[in-house]
Design a protein around this ligand. Structure first.
Ligand code: NAD
Ligand code: MG
Length: 393
C-alpha cells in the first residue's frame, strides 16, 4: 500500500490524481490533501478519501474546513500555511508526494519532499524552473525519486532507456523533441492578439487545465518553462531540445537517437495517463483514459514554432542561456503578468512586454541558495507589479 500526499488537491492535476487513486483502493491510500482557498471542494475530497491531514492557505480557511468536516463527521487534522505544507510533504507517514500546486508557492513543499527522500511526482514545473540545480541536487543528496507528470516530460522519460543518467551523449540521444500544441492562438491573426480575452486565452484546443497554465499555453510561455524543465530533468542543453508544433497533442514528445531512431509516447490528451504512469512506475495501472484510436484521428501534423508570434518562448530560451537566477526572474514576472491579464488589468500582448522589461531592467546573479532564488523572485514580482500599474488600457 502506497501512501500519498497531494499538494494542490483541488486543482486540475489534483482532481485527476484522485480520479486515478479511486480506481485502485487496494494499492493507494491518501495521507494528506492540500488546497489554498477552495475549502468546500477540499472538504468533499476529505469526506471521500479520508486523509489523516489537510492543509489550507489561511487560519480562516482552516476554521471553515474544520467546521465543514465536523458537520460531515470526518476526523482529520487541519492546519494552514507554508510550514504545514512542508510538514505533510516530508512526513514519515507518506511515501509519495504529488506536487501540483501552481507557481512559485509550490517550491518550498516540493523541496521539503525532496529533502525527505520521497518519491516526488512533479507537476509543478515552476519549482524546477526557479531552482533547477538546487532542486536536482536535493533530490540526489537525499535519495529522492523524481518522476515527471508534465505530459511532455513524462513522454520523454518513457522514451529514454531506464538506465538514463541525465546525460544525452551517454545513451546515444541526439535530441529531445518537445511537442507543443501551439495553444488556442496558433493560427489567429497576430494583430488581433492585443484584444483577446482571458476566456479566449483559457480555451485550450486539447487540454482542460487550470487558468494560469492555460494562459501560459496561449503565450507559449508554458513551452518555454518546459524547455527549462527538460534541461534540468534530462541534463540536455538548449541546443539539444527542439520545440516541434504538433496541434493534435497525440504525440506527447519524442527522443531522437544518433542512429536515426525516434521514440515517442502517444496517447489521448488526458493527464490521468502520465499520473497513472508515475504512480505505478515501473508497473502499469489502468487510468480511466480511453485507448488511442489512430484511425479516428487520421492525420498528425508538425511545424516549426514561430518565435515572433510567441515572444515568451524566445524569452524563456534567453533566460535558460543566461542561467543563475534569470529563470526565477522570468517565472516571477510571468506569474504577475498572467494574473494581471486574468484580472483584466493588462492586455494579452502586455504579458510578454512586462516580462521582457523585467528581464531587461533587473540584474540576475548566481542561484547559490534557495534564499537567493526567493529574493530574486520577490524583486521580479515588485518590478513586474510596477510595470503592470503603468500599463494604460
Ligand atoms: P490549478 O489552478 O487547477 O490548481 C492549483 C492548485 O494549487 C489548487 O489546488 C490550489 O488550491 C493550489 N494553490 C494555488 N495557489 C496556492 C498557494 N499560494 N499555496 C498553496 N496552494 C496553492 O492548476 P493545475 O492546472 O492543476 O496545475 C498545477 C501545476 O501542474 C502547475 O504548476 C501546472 O503548470 C502543472 N501542470 C498542469 C497540467 C494540467 O493539465 N493541468 C499539465 C502539466 C503541468
Ligand atoms: Mg506540458
Amino acid at each position: 500500500m502506497q501512501s500519498i500526499t497531494i499538494l494542490g488537491a483541488t486543482g486540475s492535476i489534483g482532481a485527476s490524481t484522485l480520479d486515478v487513486l479511486a480506481r485502485h483502493p487496494d494499492k493507494y491510500k491518501v495521507f494528506a490533501l492540500t488546497a489554498h482557498s477552495r475549502v468546500e471542494a477540499l472538504a468533499e475530497q476529505c469526506a471521500r478519501f479520508r486523509p489523516a491531514r489537510a492543509v489550507v492557505g489561511s487560519a480562516a480557511a482552516a476554521r471553515l474546513l474544520s467546521a465543514l468536516l465536523k458537520e460531515r463527521g470526518v476526523c482529520c487534522d487541519v492546519d494552514y500555511g507554508e510550514a504545514a505544507l512542508c510538514e505533510v510533504a516530508a512526513a514519515a507517514e507518506t511515501d509519495s508526494v504529488m506536487a501540483a500546486i501552481v507557481g512559485a508557492a509550490g517550491l518550498a513543499p516540493a523541496l521539503a519532499a525532496a529533502r525527505a527522500g520521497k518519491k516526488i511526482l512533479l507537476a509543478n514545473k515552476e519549482a524546477l524552473v526557479m531552482s533547477g540545480q538546487l532542486f536536482m541536487d536535493a533530490v540526489q543528496q537525499h535519495g529522492a525519486t523524481l518522476l515527471p507528470i508534465d505530459s511532455e516530460h513524462n513522454a520523454i522519460f518513457q522514451s529514454l532507456p531506464q538506465s538514463y543518467a541525465r546525460s544525452p551523449q551517454g545513451c546515444g540521444v541526439a535530441k529531445i523533441l518537445l511537442t507543443a500544441s501551439g495553444g488556442p492562438f496558433l493560427a489567429r491573426a497576430v494583430e488581433t492578439l492585443e484584444h483577446v480575452t482571458p476566456d479566449e486565452a483559457c480555451k485550450h484546443p486539447n487540454w482542460v487545465m487550470g487558468r494560469k497554465i492555460s494562459v501560459d499555453s496561449a503565450t507559449m510561455m508554458n513551452k518555454g518553462l518546459e524547455v527549462i524543465e527538460a534541461h534540468w530533468l534530462f541534463g540536455a542543453s538548449a541546443a539539444q531540445i527542439e520545440v516541434v508544433i504538433h496541434p493534435q497533442s497525440v504525440i506527447h514528445s519524442m527522443v531522437s537517437y544518433v542512429d536515426g531512431s525516434v521514440l515517442a509516447q502517444l496517447g489521448n490528451p488526458d493527464m490521468r495517463t502520465p499520473i497513472a504512469h508515475a504512480l505505478a512506475f515501473p508497473e502499469r495501472i489502468e487510468s480511466g483514459v480511453a485507448q488511442l484510436d489512430l484511425t479516428a484521428i487520421g492525420t498528425l501534423q508538425f511545424d516549426k514554432p514561430d518565435f515572433a508570434r510567441f515572444p515568451c518562448l524566445a524569452l524563456a530560451f534567453e533566460a535558460l542561456a543566461a542561467g543563475g537566477t534569470a529563470p526565477a526572474l522570468l517565472n516571477a514576472a510571468n506569474e504577475v503578468a498572467v494574473q494581471a491579464f486574468l484580472d483584466g488589468r493588462i492586455g494579452f500582448r502586455d504579458i510578454d512586454r512586462v516580462i521582457s522589461r523585467v528581464m531587461f531592467d533587473l540584474e540576475h546573479g548566481a542561484a547559490s541558495s534557495i534564499e537567493a532564488v526567493m529574493a530574486q523572485d520577490a524583486r521580479a514580482r515588485g518590478a513586474a507589479e510596477k510595470i503592470v500599474a503603468g500599463v494604460t488600457r
